[in-house]
Design a binder for this molecule. Structure first.
Ligand code: NDP
Length: 296
C-alpha cells in the first residue's frame, strides 16, 4: 500500500488564507485589527526562529504583531508586570509567552497569569479545564492543527480508535482530549507503556508526539491507519543535518493509509492555528460570530 500524503503545508496555506480573509472583513466591517503579542525571554536559538516566523505570519494575514524581547536575566516580577500590561491592552487579543523560559522563571506561574481569553497557546489551567469538560476553550495550536487535518481526512472521527504516543501537557494530553471530544476511543501511550507496538496496532489514528527520531515504524502501524507525526528532531545523516519526525516515514508509509510528512506536515499547521486562535480570541472579545472551521 502507498499511503496518501497529508500535505500540512498546503493545508496551512489554506487556513492562513481563510484567517486573512476574516481579518480583512473584521477591519472593514468593525474597524478591528486582531493583535498578537509574543514574549521571548532570552536567546534560545530555536525560540528565536519560532518567534521570527510567528511575527512574519502574523503580519502576512493582516494582524498586528507586538514583539517583546527580554533579556535572559529578566525577573519573574518584571515578566509578570509585562503579562499584566498585555492583559489590559485592548489592542492585544492574543498573548504567547515563548517556551521554554529560562530556568529561574516559573513557567506555570507565568502562563497562568495570562488572561485565559487571550491565552492563544491554550496552556492556561482554565483553558485546560474548559477543554477537559468539553466547553469553549482556547485549544493548544499543535493538537488543533492535527485535529483539523484529521477532520478534513475523515469527515467524522466518531468511533475511530485513536492512539496518542506521548502525554505532554502541550501535545499528547490535549490531543487525546480533542480526539475524545470528537468521539474517538482514545488510548494514551507513554514511556512506561508495555507492548507499545501492540497498543499502536489497534489504532485507526496513530499520533506520535514522543521526541524520539523515527521511533515509530511499520511494526507499530495497522494496515490502512492514519499516522500523524508531531515530532521535530534534528539529526545528522550522510554528513548532513536534517529534520526528521518521530515516525520512520518510509517504513510507516509502506503500511499506513495516510501519513503526515516531516517537514511539511504538522509543523506548518501549528503557526496557522496560532493565527486562527488569535482570530477566534478577537471575535470572542468583541462578541462577534466565531469563524467556522478554525476552532475545535
Ligand atoms: P515531551 O518530551 O514533553 O513528551 C514526550 C512524551 O513522549 C512523554 O510523554 C514521554 O513519556 C513519551 N515517550 C518518551 N519516550 C517514549 C518511548 N520510548 N515510548 C513511548 N513514549 C515515550 O515532548 P513534547 O510533547 O513537547 O513533544 C513531542 C515531539 O513533538 C517532539 O519531537 C517535539 O519537538 C515535537 N513538537 C512539535 C511541534 C510542532 O509544531 N510540530 C510542537 C510541539 C512539539 P513519559 O511521560 O512517560 O516520559
Amino acid at each position: 500500500m502507498t499511503a496518501k500524503v497529508i500535505d500540512g503545508k498546503a493545508f496551512a496555506a489554506r487556513v492562513r488564507a481563510d484567517v486573512a480573509a476574516h481579518v480583512a472583513a473584521m477591519k472593514q466591517d468593525h474597524g478591528i485589527t486582531p493583535g498578537l503579542a509574543v514574549v521571548l525571554v532570552g536567546q534560545d536559538p530555536a525560540s528565536q526562529v519560532y518567534v521570527k516566523n510567528k511575527h512574519a505570519s502574523t503580519i502576512e494575514v493582516g494582524m498586528n504583531s507586538f514583539e517583546h524581547r527580554l533579556p535572559a536575566e529578566t525577573s519573574e516580577a518584571d515578566l509578570l508586570a509585562l503579562v499584566q500590561k498585555l492583559n489590559n491592552d485592548p489592542a492585544v487579543h492574543g498573548i504567547l509567552v515563548q517556551l521554554p523560559l529560562p530556568a529561574h522563571l516559573n513557567s506555570d506561574l507565568i502562563i497562568n497569569a495570562i488572561n485565559p481569553a487571550k491565552d492563544v497557546d491554550g496552556f492556561h489551567i482554565s483553558n485546560v479545564g474548559l477543554l477537559g469538560t468539553g466547553q469553549k476553550a482556547m485549544v493548544p495550536c499543535t493538537p488543533l492543527g492535527c485535529l483539523m487535518m484529521l477532520r478534513d481526512h475523515y469527515g467524522s472521527l466518531a468511533g475511530l480508535n485513536a492512539v496518542v504516543v506521548g502525554r505532554s501537557n502541550i501535545v499528547g494530553k490535549p490531543m487525546a482530549q480533542l480526539l475524545l471530544n470528537d468521539s474517538c476511543t482514545v488510548t494514551i501511550a507513554h514511556s512506561r507503556t508495555k507492548n507499545l507496538e501492540e497498543v499502536c496496532q489497534r489504532a485507526d489514528i496513530l499520533v506520535a508526539a514522543v521526541g524520539r527520531p523515527e521511533m515509530i515504524t511499520a511494526a507499530h502501524v495497522r494496515a490502512g491507519a492514519t499516522v500523524i507525526d508531531v515530532g521535530i528532531n534534528r539529526i545528522e545523516r550522510g554528513g548532513k543535518n536534517i529534520l526528521v519526525g518521530d515516525v520512520d516515514y518510509a517504513s510507516a508509509a509502506s503500511v499506513a493509509g495516510a501519513i503526515t510528512p516531516v517537514p511539511g506536515g504538522v509543523g506548518p499547521m501549528t503557526i496557522a492555528c496560532l493565527l486562527a486562535n488569535t482570530l477566534t480570541a478577537t471575535a470572542r472579545a468583541h462578541g462577534l460570530a466565531e469563524p467556522k472551521g478554525l476552532t475545535a
